[in-house]
Design a protein around this ligand. Sequence first.
Ligand code: SF4
Length: 374
Amino acid sequence: MFKEKNPEAAKIRVTLYGSLAATGKGHLTDQAIIKGAAPIPVEIIWRADIVPEFHTNGMFYEALDEGGKVTDTWTIYSVGGGLLANEETHDNVEEVYEFSHISEILDYIEKEGLTFWEYVEQREGPEIWDYLAKMWEIMQATIEEGLHTDGVMQGGLHLRRKARQYFVRASSFKPSLQSRALVIAYALATAERNAVGGHIVTAPTCGSAGVLPAVLYHLKKNHLFSEKSILKAMATAGLFANVIKTHASVSGAEVGCQGEVGSACVMAAVAANQLFGGSPQQIEYAAEMAMEHNLGLTCDPMCGLVQIPCIERNAMAALRALDINIYAMMSDGKHLISFDKVVRTMNLTGKDLPSLYKETAMGGLALLTDEDKK
Ligand code: SF4
C-alpha cells in the first residue's frame, strides 16, 4: 500500500517497534516488507526497545527521495491475523455484525430459529460461501503440500520437518490410533509451511494456522462430511474468532499464545461440534472449553521463530479440539462459565502476562541457550 502511494520513492525506510522488532527476523517480517516494497530498496531499523501505546507491533514507514529527503510517512500496526490498523482506521471499521457477544447472538438465533452459520450468512451475504470455499481450497492444498515436503526448516534451529514422516508412520497404525495420528500430521503440515513463509490461511493467525485445517481435513476424510457442511462449520468458526478479536485479541504480542493457538482451538472445536450436529448451546460450550483450557498460554518462541513451541502446539490444539467436541457432545450444553466470560478472562490474563511471554522471545522456552539445546 505504501509503495503504491509512493511509486517514485528512491528508498523506503521502515522502523519496526516492540514485539514486531523483537521477533521480526524469526517471523520473517523483514523479508515480507522487502518483498512487498520491491523493486524499491528498503532499509529496516529495529527498535524493540520502543513499545507503542496503540499496539506493540508498530511500524513506521518513510518514503525517501534521491536526496534522502522524507516525502511521506505512515504509522501502521500489525494487530493479528494479517490485519493492519492505526489510530485513524481503528474506529472506521465497517460493522457487519450487529451483536458482538455470543450471548446476544445466541438469544437472537434462538428467537429467529437460526443456526450460527445462518446468522453469518445473513450478515455477510451469500458471497461468504465463495470466499470460504477459496480458503478451504488453500487450507487443503497447504496440508497436501506439507505432507509431501521434507528437509530442514530455515532459521537456525536446524529443525527437520516432521509432517511427512508422521504421515507415513501414521498410515501403518491400526485404525484406533491412526485417525488421531493423522490429525497430528495434518496440523504439522500447515504449521511447518507457515514456519518457512509458505502459503497458509490465517485461522486466526499465521502461528496457529494449522489447527482448524487439520481438524476439518480429518473430519472430511474420516467422516465424509460434505464440502458445504465444512464451509458452514468454517463460518461458525470465524464468528467465534471474531468475538475473540472484538473483545480480546488474537495477537500473541498482545495476549500471548492463548490468543493465537487458544483461539484456533476454539475455531476447530466449534467447527467440529457443529459438524457432528451440536446444538447452539453445545457449540458455545465447546468454544468456552477450548479457550478455558488454554488460558494463560504463553508466547515464547525460540529465537523468535514460529517453530518451537508453535508447530507442535498446533498439533496438540487440534487433538484437544476434537476431545472437546466429544465432551460437549456428551453434555446437554449447560455450563456455568459462558464463552463471553472466558474471552474477557483471556483478555485480562493476557494483559497481566509479563511482556516476556508476549512474543518478545525474551522469556520461557526462548531463553533456552544453545548449551541447553544439546
Ligand atoms: S508461541 Fe507465540 S509465535 Fe508461537 S504460535 Fe503461539 S503466539 Fe504464535
